[in-house]
Write a protein that binds this ligand. Structure first.
Ligand code: FMN
Length: 177
């Protein structure tokens, strides 16, 4: 079995709801990036001890939130010692518009993972109109309208998130073996 951590920032609870499903699929522990962009010491320890790390952020102005970026910058400490090299990586985001430039957010996660020497896992579920309805293969995309609560996130998006978590965990377990 692999140890998977889902580390995420959520301003208003939408990313958190997606994180719940990713974590469920991966049987993962969640680590929160707080409103000041900080992770507590226990969170850092969990991240450093993980086989796989799945990054989550809302898409704000076509990119990760500043809180997530502050976290990413703080991982320069791990970069200096290649501490996260060969860990498995994945990511998810949510936005209000069908596109909303979410791809930029996933691509930032990929860049961060490559900088850290991690091994990125794509999202292979086919778009059947419900699962992976937004047709993303770089990672998980979810979307719900700007005035909708997190409870209204389409179930297909959440199912996609759960399946992706399971895939990351499975790949991490294979690599660990
Ligand atoms: C500062 C800010 C910037 C946003 N920028 C975008 C954007 O670029 N594209 C988009 O589709 N939605 C955008 N949104 C909407 C959020 O992505 C969306 O509401 C998301 O579900 C919020 O997740 P959260 O509740 O985890 O913060 C933005 C929201 C905020 C507050």
């Amino acid at each position: 079995m692999s140890k998977v951590i889902v580390v995420y920032h959520s301003g208003y609870g939408h990313t958190e709801r997606v994180a719940d499903f990713v974590a469920q699929g991966a049987n993962a522990q969640k680590v929160v990036i707080d409103a000041d962009g900080n992770v507590d010491e226990a969170g850092w320890q969990a991240l450093n001890g993980a086989d796989a790390i799945i990054f989550g952020s809302p898409t704000y102005m076509g990119m990760v939130s500043w809180q997530f970026k502050k976290f990413a910058d703080a991982t320069s400490k791990q970069w200096f010692s290649s501490a996260w090299k060969d860990k498995v990586a994945g990511g998810f985001t949510i936005s209000a518009s069908p596109s909303g430039d979410k791809l930029s957010t996933l691509q930032y996660f990929i860049t961060l993972s490559m900088q850290q020497g991690m091994i990125w896992v794509g999202q292979p579920s086919m778009n059947d109109g419900t699962v992976n309805r937004l047709g993303s293969n770089s990672g998980v995309m979810a979307q719900v309208g700007p005035t909708s609560p997190a409870a209204d996130i389409p179930q297909g998006d959440l199912d996609t998130a759960r399946a992706y978590g399971a895939r990351v965990a499975e790949i991490a377990a294979k690599l660990r073996a």
